[in-house]
Design a protein around this ligand. Structure first.
Ligand code: ZN
Length: 127
């Protein structure tokens, strides 16, 4: 298989990026909604039964952990969304698919795996 980025392949990468972008936007929306609604304080008296059973921290700790997990997930997805948006902005340009470090052509199989890739496998950037 040739490693050249033909117009057809470029278009396929663009469609794939747009799909990923759409899905991520939905996930980010869903996650942020969960965080917003999860952040509402429980009503007074909530958890009194837990106090009696002697394990009030258990549920509290789990909520904190879930919230932290949600925030980290959101952070990663927002970062990824940004990479995808930048790749979509670059994809029509002549230098798309070239290593930003050494200028070499990035093999198409690498772009097909991750179209947001900006460097080759050589001494440039991530392995
Ligand atoms: Zn390079």
């Amino acid at each position: 298989m040739s490693e050249l980025l033909t117009p057809r392949r470029r278009e396929a990468l663009r469609l794939d990026l747009e799909d990923q972008q759409k899905m991520l936007i939905e996930e980010v929306y869903r996650l942020s909604q969960g965080l917003i609604h999860g952040a509402v304080a429980p009503p007074v008296g909530f958890g009194e039964g837990l106090l009696e059973s002697g394990s009030p921290k258990l549920s509290e700790g789990r909520l904190v952990a879930e919230r932290r997990e949600g925030l980290e997930g959101l952070d990663g997805k927002v970062r990824r969304l940004r990479e995808i948006s930048l790749a979509l902005a670059r994809i029509g340009r002549a230098d798309f698919g070239h290593c930003e470090c050494c200028g070499e052509v990035i093999p198409f199989r690498d772009l097909a795996r991750d179209a947001t890739r900006r460097s080759c496998r050589g001494g440039c950037g991530r392995a």
